[in-house]
Design a protein around this ligand. Sequence first.
Ligand code: WT7
Length: 632
Amino acid sequence: MTNPDEKIDVFSEARKIWTPPEEVRLRAWVSDYESVYQKAVADPEAFWSGIASELDWFQPWTQVLEWRYPWAKWFLGARCNITYNCLDRHVKTWRRNKVALLWVGEDGSSQVLTYGELHRQVCRFASGLKTLGIKKGDRVMIYMPRIPQQFVAMLAVARVGAIHSVVYSGFSALALRERIEDAEAKLVVTADVGFQRGKSIQLKAVVDEAVEGAPSVQHVVVVRRQSPPIEIFGPRERDWDALLKQSSAICEAESMDSEDPLYTLYTSGTTGRPKGVLHVHGGYMVGTYITTKWVFDLKDEDVYFCTADPGWVTGHSYIVYGPLLNGATILFAEGAPDYPDPGRWWKLIEQHGVTIFYTTPTAIRSLMRYGDEWPASHDLSSLRILGTVGEPINPEAWLWYHRVTGERCPIMDTWWQTETGMTMITPLPGVPLKPGSATRPFPGIVADVLDKDGKPMPPNKGGSLVIKTPWPSMLRTVYKDPDRYEQYWRSIPNVYTAGDVAYRDDDGYFWILGRSDDVLKVSGYRLGTAEVESAIVSHAAVAEAAAIGKPDPLKGEAIKVFVILKQGYTPGSELREEIKAHVRHTLGPIAVPSELEFTTSLPKTRSGKIMRRVLKAKELGLETGDTSTLEE
Ligand code: WT7
């Protein structure tokens, strides 16, 4: 075998165009992107209300949009519940006995849930939630592995009108506690363990530590997977199965105002504190419904497989809500892409006849390193549409993904964010593709590239990626922090600033280059330099720290930190490992830096702000740019 790294480092063929076969375009829900886009731009309210009309509402809206810059409301006066459209709408039809969920655990266990069965379980858990005193507007934390009960928990919380906040199970107890406290959550739903690469991760133990000293938490519900089952001790703990058994399978979906909150999801920004991005029932439902349908050309006969974790927004919008709103059959898998071997996902695709496959550039790059033999030894002919999300995909990884899956499937490189709720810049199945470009905006979305004064950048010049008009699934606010919400629309007046650098080429195709702020994208995970730094500085030996992202051929970006020790501490490999372990404990394994360098000074402005830009330029051997404000 050749050196695996060689396959990744060459950046060539960047401007190649690939046009999907004509039949892909013709069979798609949208076969004429241009005219659909133009029609939507000409009358966005008619466009979005037309789409909303495909769903069921308890009461129709009286106004499509109210835009009081920077605050938006969609489908005013309407009443609905997203779970009614995910479940009840289907169980009233032949889809009642259609497979909703094909679940495979890492330990080889599996479960198949029809829409009828999923509906019953959600209703039971929703009834159970009510007996635990959960009502409309309450916050419920979900800290679970990728198991069917995670779906059930999310949907049941939404069904009773409460607000879920899913925390990725790779976060530490301290990170979980911080989120529980911010949300003032009344309930935490968890499991005894998750499985990852053959190891069991003790989730319940993390929750125990997190809820200690979190007075808002009244109950903890535990799914017990292990046998013999772990003991449930405290007075506030409840067993999932027991709760379901004693609860009614009849529980009508709460009638919600379309603007009532559905969930908050914590994400990293430029400060040390994560922000609770808030989405609502009505607009979010409309946005995720139509993007799932059109971007993946989702049809009833498809088997849809998205490898994300519901701990992140991709899982919310494109594992749970979007696919269920469309009545899809969803393959949901626990575990890593390369365990027990790098053929894991290809094997699942073959076994279940997956037709739509949505994953991340990091996963593709890692599978690419293992070589062609893994995909080649599986029958992947069922695949018809592919997708990627979370970070820019380098053309080499794109071309590999395309080639090993048979060179016939279009790849949907979907650009979006936790805040946008739905895919914003994305191909539709029939459009000509350029490897590495997310192509053009979804119909109804007006995107642009501006300079910092709000002036449009000419083609091929990088600038700030913005969205110029409100859209239904946009975040409504940052939980308990309206100022932080307003910043999205005020940093360049009148437009939503995404925080990404991008350019448009001569054909109007968007190329996303990466973040323009202090947000890192490590394996597609979003982390703030400030969060990593504050975790490091909380170690007793550390006086100051600065974190930067370094380009990494596999992870996209890798974290490097510079650390100044307090007087009396000596740099050394033992201390280095200890600090890394401290980050793991404070934030979680995903935030552990891959490089840690001890230093005695950091570049700062006169006002004392660390100039990470200077550190990064030095690290990469680049020009440092304007350093006139540099003090040290
Ligand atoms: C950031 C948002 C959206 C679901 C997962 C990530 C980067 C996302 C792409 C893409 C280039 C991308 C951006 C964005 N990003 N998709 N297709 N091409 N970059 O959600 O954690 O909120 O992160 O991910 O930098 O701002 P998120």
